[in-house]
Design a protein around this ligand. Structure first.
Ligand SMILES: NC(=O)c1ccc[n+]([C@@H]2O[C@H](COP(=O)([O-])OP(=O)(O)OC[C@H]3O[C@@H](n4cnc5c(N)ncnc54)[C@H](OP(=O)(O)O)[C@@H]3O)[C@@H](O)[C@H]2O)c1
Length: 215
């Protein structure tokens, strides 16, 4: 059993993850939320909400993360905001979460990044560049930290039902998509799993059962 803290839990991947973790009840789960009105949804599921805004200072974020073994970062400013918020949340927010996790000697940090964040040639269209830049440097900061990282790089996220199967090889894939439920199941398979430490994994829908990913 791990003590797991989810940043971005109120998002679509985050809510899928809470449901997956709740099915199994293997871990002690808490969620970081930035609005009081989001608390009751999670309390009703038996999950502890903790106030966390990624625009807060590192000391405040460090206090929020205290006592957890695993931090999952699945926050993002979303497509409706400008590049300023992308930098503040997807890059600086992630960097602060990494620093706060180091200060708390967290055992594992699982980052939901993006496909192609390490391939500049694929940073298209132009309007998406700030997003890819933020994901790229957030991943780099995490890789250069002392933390056992697991960096997941999903393709375009969909709300379709998960299949429980993925591929990690985009070159052999006919799709650029993956259901959020399957991303949540990969996060679940990564939590507390030493075989997932210091791994970077691209995720698309495919034929490989998720339970064999780290075998
Ligand atoms: N969309 C895609 O196709 C795609 C592809 C690859 C990777 N990704 C990445 O996958 C991750 C999860 O995606 P998703 O669809 O689940 O995203 P989402 O539904 O937009 O959820 C993002 C979460 O981040 C939270 N957040 C934003 N600003 C915050 C702040 N200042 N402090 C704390 N939390 C904050 C939001 O909180 P509120 O609920 O309070 O707004 C929301 O719960 C994101 O990092 C995204 O960039 C997306």
């Amino acid at each position: 059993m791990s003590k797991v803290f989810i940043i971005g839990a109120n998002g679509k991947v985050g809510k899928n993850l809470v449901n997956v973790l709740n099915e199994k009840k293997e871990h002690d789960v808490a969620v970081g939320l930035r609005k009081e009105e989001q608390f009751s949804y999670f309390e009703d599921k038996g999950v502890q909400p903790i106030h966390l805004n990624l625009e807060d200072d590192i000391e405040t974020i460090t206090e929020a993360i205290k006592g957890f073994d695993v931090v999952v970062f699945t926050a993002g400013s979303g497509g409706h905001t400008g590049p300023d918020k992308t930098l503040m949340i997807d890059l600086d927010g992630a960097a602060k979460a990494v620093e706060a996790s180091e200060k708390n000697a967290v055992k594992q940090f699982i980052m939901v990044s993006s496909i192609d964040s390490d391939r500049r040639d694929y940073w298209k269209p132009e309007s998406m560049k700030p997003y890819f830049i933020a994901k790229h440097y957030a991943d780099r900061i995490l890789k250069e930290s002392k933390l056992n990282y697991t960096i997941l790089r999903p393709g375009v996220l969909s709300d379709e039902k998960g299949t429980g199967k993925i591929t990690t090889d985009p070159s052999g894939s006919e799709t650029s998509r993956i259901p959020r439920e399957d991303v949540a199941r990969v996060i679940d398979a990564s939590i507390g799993n030493e075989k997932a430490y210091r791994k970077i994994v691209t995720l698309l829908e495919g034929d490989t059962p998720i339970e064999t990913l780290y075998k």
